[in-house]
Design a protein around this ligand. Structure first.
Ligand SMILES: O=CC(=O)O
Length: 315
């Protein structure tokens, strides 16, 4: 039997690419110079799209692939795929939940601690000779005993909260409803009230049209000049213009961000700020987790073409 044709939207590591190439005809969209011409040529043969969370699919891709059956996302976030349009056409969508939860939570907590204690700046102080030349590093503000607000207590939010309660932080959270698995944590459903309560606002919300700019100017104003925000979800959850203005005017203390509106080309205003910690959207970026994510993409593709149940369906 001939191998199914798969449109591959972005790069995968060698340990994923080799087994994918062995099982499927992988058509590498990201390597094509003329992407529209490439889609017109291969589109009619494509049965599956393998993409990454931040790349998703475009309308042009979906239109060019009339025989598409499944979209497999390497990532938990599927906001860059038009799931409604896929469902209407009977196209399955899968993602890679669970396997990345703890790594994403680890990075969120690391970012909170690193930004609060100015780990990057302090390291630079040692490296550039400031320690010897200028003396003691400026004091930073304590982490333990403060209040954290988790915006979105799903799988990742829960793991962040669990870790931070080990640092003796008071945990509050916002979600659509109170969670029975969080009896010791304070439920504050309104994001403005949560921000007003918190010293650290950690955004762990799955992104959708409904959550776009849920962290608004009003939320940032409520967080206030002693407050910090940490985003390990999607840039669209925060009004980035309002965030930049708040950081520039120091109406919030600081931010630690793994995601940006036009990543990887972020707004240059971020680079001018010394109260923001910048990360290259790599919260799931460990060997162990990325290998599990790649396996899940492959296993969903294999299950689909074998007529078996999908492992991690979105629709
Ligand atoms: O951003 C990463 C993901 O959605 O897994």
């Amino acid at each position: 039997m001939s191998k199914p044709n798969v449109l591959q939207v972005g790069f995968y590591p060698k340990w994923d690419q080799e087994p994918l190439d062995a099982a499927f005809n992988m058509h590498k969209y990201f390597e094509a110079d003329d992407k529209s011409a490439f889609l017109s040529t291969v589109g009619p043969d494509i049965k599956a799209i393998a993409t990454r969370g931040e790349l998703g699919t475009t309308q042009e891709m979906l239109d060019a692939c009339p025989n598409l059956e499944i979209v497999c996302v390497y990532g938990v976030g599927f906001d860059a795929v038009d799931v409604d349009a896929c469902s209407t056409r009977g196209i399955h969508v899968t993602n890679t939940p669970d396997v990345l939860t703890k790594d994403v939570a680890d990075l969120g907590v690391t970012m909170l601690l690193a930004q609060s204690r100015s780990i990057i700046g302090a390291s630079q102080w040692v490296r550039d000779g400031s320690w010897a030349a200028k003396g003691l590093y400026p004091l930073q503000s304590r982490v333990w005993g403060k209040k954290v607000g988790i915006l979105g207590l799903g799988r990742i939010g829960y793991e962040v909260a669990k870790r931070l309660s080990g640092f003796d932080l008071d945990i509050a959270y916002a979600d659509i409803e109170a969670k029975e698995y969080a009896p010791d944590w304070i439920f504050i459903p309104d994001p403005v009230s949560l921000a007003a309560h918190a010293d650290f606002l950690v955004v762990t919300l799955a992104a959708s049209e409904k959550t776009r700019h849920i962290v608004s100017k009003e939320v940032l104003d409520a967080l206030g000049p002693e407050g910090s925000i940490i985003n390990i979800s999607r840039a669209s959850n925060i009004d980035e213009e309002a965030l930049l203005t708040a950081l520039e005017n120091q109406t919030i203390r600081s931010a630690a961000l793994d995601v940006f509106e036009s990543e990887p080309n972020l707004n240059p205003r971020f680079l001018e700020l010394d109260n923001v910690l910048l990360q290259p959207h790599h919260a799931s970026g460990t060997f162990e987790t990325r290998k599990e994510m790649g396996k899940l993409v492959r296993d969903n593709l294999l299950a689909h073409f074998a007529g078996a149940p999908l492992l991690t369906k979105v629709n």
